[in-house]
Write a protein that binds this ligand. Structure first.
Ligand code: AMP
Ligand code: GLY
Length: 425
């Protein structure tokens, strides 16, 4: 079959790799792709928000299945646009993608259906938000309600910081219209776990758990980023926690969305915090996580095409979703200065070392070709170096070894990805 993948980040490279492992995929296109995806798919220069050009391309090439797992196009209705043209697409329709697109919506949903999450209030008026803060306990968390590249969350330790935060989000509109409404919520402590699920509107099937590292610096210091590295599975996600979440969070969310007339299909991402009072939902996303996907999909044994088709057809209950009994660690190699400003266009060497090496992956996030055909940096997060191992410790040693094969000017990575696992074993 012919498949079109929409996107061009590290997550899409990992999805492309999983699609390539399916014996059902003959031809794989990626719009727009990147220099790494170009090694395994034919990249076409169409933007991810250009639904007209994407549907025209799908018709012209007689694409059997399109795959999209990016928040902006999903929230803007890419699935609806394809389906209106009679085209088959894996992803979440806009009316359900709102679970990520509006934090105010998802918080209200959790409150209405008794899904455990942090206590909160929603504000559209900065004056009211400021007045509320005066009597609120610190630290406190401010979130832009709309999409803000994972960066619209401020953790404020003092009243002054919180007031400044309201100004940044609501008055100065640092994240644009995403800040026209904000959620102010209780600060929680605990370990974070990401659990991704395939969903078909009614049923869900869980993928293996993982953990992201959102801060830029070692020891979880510095600014929030899109994610500096991941490991899977999370040893902190025990059978007991799994049972609690299945009962109180996962199916309840699926049922709540169906009841609201927004049946959820696609990938539902549960960002959980394991608090002293039990697991609570930090956030939902309507897509594969990035860089969680880079450690989850390499461990998936099932044919991803079968699973995606079942999500579209509403037959996910008939699928056995299987994962290898191994572990994976992904170390992100970023441009120096990320998540602040950084330079682009640095030539990357060492990429060929990954060719033909089983259990090692170099997923490209921000790469491009220069005019001489060299692979160069083109984004903040440049590469995700993933390695498998029998255990998390082995996978981590392999991932850091492989990260050492890569060279480019100004490269930066965290040195403690997966360090948390030492306290679990
Ligand atoms: P979010 O985009 O909502 O997942 O928030 C980004 C990050 O901010 C999360 O991964 C947490 O590390 C942190 N965070 C979000 N909400 C809270 C909260 N209520 N309490 C403590 N930390 C939080
Ligand atoms: N890694 C977090 C996210 O994809 O939102």
């Amino acid at each position: 079959m012919k498949v079109l993948l929409v996107g061009g980040g590290g997550r899409e490279h990992a999805i492309a790799d999983a699609l390539r492992r399916s014996p059902q995929v003959d031809t794989l296109y990626c719009a727009p792709g990147n220099a790494g995806i170009a090694r395994i798919a034919e990249c076409v220069p169409i933007g991810t928000m250009d639904f007209k050009a994407l549907t025209d391309f799908a018709k012209e090439k007689e694409i059997d299945l399109t795959v999209c797992s990016m928040d902006d196009p999903l929230c803007a209705g890419i699935v609806d646009a394809f389906e209106a043209e009679g085209l088959r697409i894996f992803g979440t329709p806009a009316n359900a993608a709102i679970i990520e697109g509006s934090k105010a919506f998802s918080k209200d949903l959790m409150k209405k259906y008794g899904i455990p999450t942090a206590a909160y209030e929603v504000f559209e008026d900065p004056e009211k938000a400021l007045a509320y803060l005066e009597s609120a306990a610190m630290p406190i968390v401010l979130k832009a309600s709309g999409l803000a590249l994972g960066k619209g969350v401020l953790i404020c330790n003092t009243l002054e910081e919180a007031k400044e935060g309201v100004k940044e989000l609501m008055t100065d509109r640092k994240f644009g219209d995403a800040g026209s409404r904000i959620v102010i919520e209780e600060f929680m402590t605990g370990r974070e776990v990401s659990v991704l699920a395939f969903a078909d509107g009614k049923h869900y099937k869980l993928m293996s758990s993982s953990q992201d590292h959102k801060r830029a610096g070692d020891g979880d210091t510095g600014l929030n980023t899109g994610g500096m590295g991941t490991f899977s599975p999370s040893p902190f996600y025990t059978d007991e926690i799994d049972a609690y979440c299945r009962e109180n969070i996962y199916q309840r969310t699926m049922d709540a969305m169906a009841k609201e007339g927004r049946p959820f299909r696609g990938v539902l991402y549960f960002g959980l915090m394991l608090t002293a009072d039990g697991p609570k939902v930090l956030e939902y996303n309507t897509r594969f996580g990035d860089p969680e996907t880079q450690v989850v999909l390499p461990r998936m044994r099932s044919d991803i095409i079968d699973v995606m088709q079942a999500c579209i057809d509403g037959t996910l209950d008939q699928i056995d979703l299987e994962f290898e009994d191994n572990a994976a660690v992904c170390v992100v190699i970023a441009s120096g200065g990320y998540p602040g400003s950084y330079e682009k266009g640095k030539v990357i060497t060492g990429l060929d070392a990954f060719e033909g090496r089983e259990g090692y992956y170099c997923f490209h996030a921000g790469t491009a070709f220069d005019k001489d055909g060299n692979t160069v940096t083109s984004g903040g997060r440049v590469l995700g170096v993933t390695a498998l191992g029998k255990t998390l410790k082995e996978a981590r040693a392999n991932a850091y070894n492989a990260a050492g094969w890569i060279r480019f000017e100004g490269q930066y990575m965290r040195h403690d990805i997966g360090k948390a696992i030492d306290s679990a074993q």
